[in-house]
Design a protein around this ligand. Structure first.
Ligand code: NDP
Length: 329
């Protein structure tokens, strides 16, 4: 059997991550990367792979099995996913939770009539965390869900800091409150407020001469982003920022804690945890596994938009079902 031919649409953090992930999956090969920028301005980490303009994609119909969409959720994917799904099977990491139903309909309307498979909102949240929440709820109906994020960089909150006047650079870490996590792990099912679950720790490089007290106050009181949390603002130098804050770690825990038995006498706790040095590289690794599933589903003529809930685990694996039964059951 030939290799699964992959294309990447959009070459940012996820695009690079997909390129690396394909190197770890010998049943796949990267055929081309598509960008809205000048292709000549993009240098890939892999030789022998074409870099093309987004508008040249049509020429690759029949030469690429699955396009991995690596555009941003805010504005790119809502346009790109339906556009590309008319020509190719796709996977994407759309993570604007509130708009997923609308996004699903848009992509389904593009993929189904043109006989393509599009797996949407793949990654870790939405993605692996969503699967965990679903399994946990089916298995333990009498229980409570908790999701903690971090310690990790929130792109949205980091962007919000950088928009404050007088801020040259900034990064925000979401940090789960240790005592709250421990309390949940005891199975006591506490009611926790937003503030009790996470703190927000900011590292800010100020413009020379900027009023630090005003910047700190503006950040801490910013509605929707920081006002509902205990927020800590640390002013640091450019050098310290470059040295200590140039990576994108993330992770978190999904916990469901509940009871079974005649009188709910037995506590049952499920925990799924991720500790990621690189959020985009992990997300890309999930996308690549789901690209394999998209390829298999297309071969079965099971067309249209899907979410991670629709994908049987065996479809993610390069191994045969017999080998999976032997190794993992
Ligand atoms: P980036 O900002 O790095 O890239 C987004 C797009 O911006 C790229 O596809 C690229 O498109 C363009 N771009 C990238 N770098 C540059 C540059 N230097 N100059 C101009 N344009 C550039 O975003 P990420 O890759 O970090 O993340 C993409 C999305 O992934 C996020 O919006 C987030 O929603 C989602 N995500 C989902 C997760 C999940 O668990 N489901 C987890 C993590 C992220 P082009 O090449 O066409 O210019």
């Amino acid at each position: 059997m030939g290799k699964i031919k992959i294309g990447i649409v959009g070459y940012g953090n996820l695009g690079r991550g997909v390129e690396y992930a394909i190197r770890q999956n010998p049943d796949m090969e990267l055929v081309a990367v598509f960008t809205r920028r000048q292709p000549g301005d993009i240098s890939l980490k892999t030789s022998g792979v074409a870099v093309c303009h987004y508008d040249e994609m049509k020429q690759y119909v029949g030469k690429i099995d699955v396009m991995v969409l690596c555009g941003g959720s805010a504005t790119d994917l809502i346009v790109q996913a339906p556009d590309v799904a008319k020509m190719f099977n796709t996977v994407d990491s759309f993570d604007t939770h509130a708009r997923i139903p609308e996004f699903y309909s848009l992509v389904d309307a593009a993929a189904k009539p043109t006989k393509h498979v599009s797996i949407i909102s793949v990654g870790w949240d939405p993605g692996m965390f969503s699967i965990t929440r679903l399994y946990n709820n089916c298995i333990l109906p009498d229980a409570k869900d908790y999701t903690f994020w971090g310690k990790g960089v929130s792109q949205g909150h980091s962007d919000a800091i950088r928009r404050v006047e007088g801020v040259k650079n900034g990064k925000q870490y979401t940090v789960p409150v240790e005592s709250a996590v421990e309390q949940v792990r005891t199975g006591s099912n506490p009611e926790l407020t937003t503030r009790q679950k996470h703190t927000r720790v900011c590292y800010v490089v100020a413009q020379p001469g900027a009023e630090l007290a005003r910047i700190e106050s503006e950040i801490k009181n910013m509605p929707n982003y920081f006002a509902d949390y205990d927020t800590f603002v640390n002013f640091i130098s450019d050098e310290e920022f470059e040295k200590n804050h140039n990576t994108m770690p993330h992770g978190g825990f999904v916990i469901r804690s509940g009871f079974t038995g005649e009188n709910r006498e037995n506590k049952q706790l499920i925990e799924y945890s991720l500790k990621l040095d690189s959020n985009p590289e992990f997300t890309s690794s999930v996308l690549v596994a789901y690209a394999r599933a998209a390829y298999k589903l297309a071969n079965e003529a099971s067309y249209g938009a899907k979410t991670v809930f629709d994908i049987a685990p065996a479809l993610l694996s390069p191994m045969s079902n017999e080998a999976l039964r032997e190794q993992f059951l």
